[in-house]
Design a protein around this ligand. Structure first.
Ligand SMILES: Nc1ncnc2c1ncn2[C@@H]1O[C@H](COP(=O)(O)OP(=O)(O)OP(=O)(O)O)[C@@H](O)[C@H]1O
Ligand SMILES: [Mg+2]
Length: 218
């Protein structure tokens, strides 16, 4: 079933003299239960596409639809709260909170029950044991912070999971575990998982590989 539709999306950043077009009539339809990876050289517009699909920005031209409804009509914040979770290239954690508190805050916003126990379970699944989960996130390593960000997105139990280089800071073993969780989410929970990556190894484990080039999705 189609959950997310990128329909002829063009996006420009306003420069001092003329706009810079990063995406040019990019189109793709994403299905439920599918793990998709997006490859492309640095600067090709992967993060731009992901932030549009996350409802953080609206495209200059074209439309993005969730189950047929334009995100602009639904409201971007409602879309982000109810339907899409994002793991950013920089982790965007609440730095004055612990790992558990970060995960619980996201669960509360999405209206997920389960509290502390559920939060700890998700953190443990991504390799953050309870003693680390109780520490302020600034006292964790980069890779551990990234895993807290992943746990936070997973705990939200929404139908679209978007991730920008989620395993970039992780060792091969931990990266493998995270990819396995993404595959499980897609194939068992029916989540639409979309991951931007530079890793061909990760991409090979996804169901579908898209490439961004010259502003288009190939
Ligand atoms: N806020 C912005 N203002 C102006 N230009 C921007 C802005 N954000 C991105 N760009 C430009 O848009 C292009 C695409 O950037 P984007 O971050 O989407 O690339 P990317 O494919 O994610 O690259 P990377 O693999 O290095 O993360 C780049 O040329 C970048 O300089
Ligand atoms: Mg990027």
């Amino acid at each position: 079933m189609m959950v997310l539709e990128i329909d002829s999306v063009s996006h420009a950043y306003l420069g001092r003299r003329k706009p810079k077009w990063v995406l040019k009539k990019a189109s793709h339809t994403f299905e439920a239960g599918t793990f998709t990876s997006i490859l492309g050289p640095s600067g090709s517009g992967k993060t731009t596409l992901l932030s549009l699909a996350s409802g953080l920005d609206t495209p200059t031209e074209g439309a993005i639809r969730y189950r047929g409804q334009d995100l602009r009509d639904m409201g971007l914040s409602r879309y982000r709260r109810r339907h899409a979770a994002t793991i950013f290239q920089s982790y965007n954690l609440l730095t004055y909170l612990t790992g558990i508190q970060n995960v619980r805050a996201a669960m509360e916003i999405t209206g997920i029950r389960g509290g502390r126990t559920r939060a700890l379970e998700w953190l443990e699944r991504v390799g953050i044991p309870a003693d680390e989960a109780r520490r302020n996130v600034l006292q964790l390593s980069g890779g551990q912070q990234q895993r807290v960000a992943i746990a936070r997105a997973l705990a939200c139990d929404v139908d679209i999971l978007l991730a920008d280089e989620p395993t970039g800071n992780l060792d091969t073993g931990t990266a493998g575990q995270i990819i396995e969780i993404f595959r499980e989410l897609a194939h068992q929970r029916g989540t639409c998982v979309i991951v931007v990556t530079h890793s061909h190894h990760l991409a090979k484990q996804s169901d579908q590989i898209l490439t961004l080039a010259k502003g288009r999705i190939a």
